[in-house]
Design a protein around this ligand. Sequence first.
Ligand code: NAI
Length: 293
Amino acid sequence: REQLKAQGKQTGTPAKRVHVIGAGVMGGDIAAWCAYKGLTVSLQDQDGGRLATAIGRAQQLYARKFRRDLRGARAAADRLIPDPQGAGVAHADIVIEAISENLEAKLGLYREIAPRMKADAILATNTSSLRLEDLSQGLPGGRQLVGIHFFNPVASMPLVEVVHTDATPPALRARAAAFVGQLDKLALPVRSAPGFLVNAVLAPYMLEAMRCVDEGLAPSSVDAAMEAFGMPMGPLELADTVGLDIAMAAGKQLSDGEQPPACLVRLVDGGKLGRKSGKGFYIWEDGKPQKDA
Ligand code: NAI
């Protein structure tokens, strides 16, 4: 932990302005955390509804964190600016892409935004399963991409993976780690590889829990067993929290051609994506799984 903290020590000028693209499960919470930590943040999404939901979630975070300090909560909320058209790209010291897990969509977005970014701004992706080498193909103007991979829920997970390839300039890795340090998170440097480090361990665990459901166990029984073992949250509640489409993408990438669990395919095909859609392994109400339902 001390070593990781030291790696996150600031080198160069701290970032002041962040632009986050994608206001879904992750992007919304990343933007909220950055504003909580004092940065000015513009948040972009093509879906106005997702943008509004993310701003609402940020306000809940600030109410929890600042409690009676209404002025502090207000100041943090004011630093988080909804930006549906993406004007903030041109002013940001760092642009964090957190749109849906789709290679073509991400490449198209980079082509569009890279020419508008400041010359020395960092372009970062929050991808959990796409190869950084593939995402870096043909970036305009020789721009480099770095992975800054947050975990869900952003506000309570201290670790952030900083993902690099052999082609990533050391200075960019250092600046990305310093940005993570600025957010009071621990930057873990990892090479671009399937699942990076954490998901390479986590995905097989979640998929195995789903195979237990395929064999007839109730999700709540599987989760209760793992919670009794000491996990803060069972694997199926975690999968619902992550988003089942995202869990499917990560599982496919790590499964060596093995078929995904039937229950996962059924839920995703039926649009039941977990917490974000209100239904998954559980029915979700007010951000909580209804385990008896
Ligand atoms: P999500 O589906 O909740 O949100 C994606 C958002 O991107 C949506 O609101 C969508 O409207 C927006 N979007 C899509 N294309 C866009 C475009 N061209 N311009 C503007 N907005 C666009 O997805 P989630 O779960 O937040 O994942 C986002 C990224 O973060 C993915 O790359 C995923 O692999 C990664 N990730 C997800 C984690 C999780 O627990 N869900 C954990 C860590 C990383």
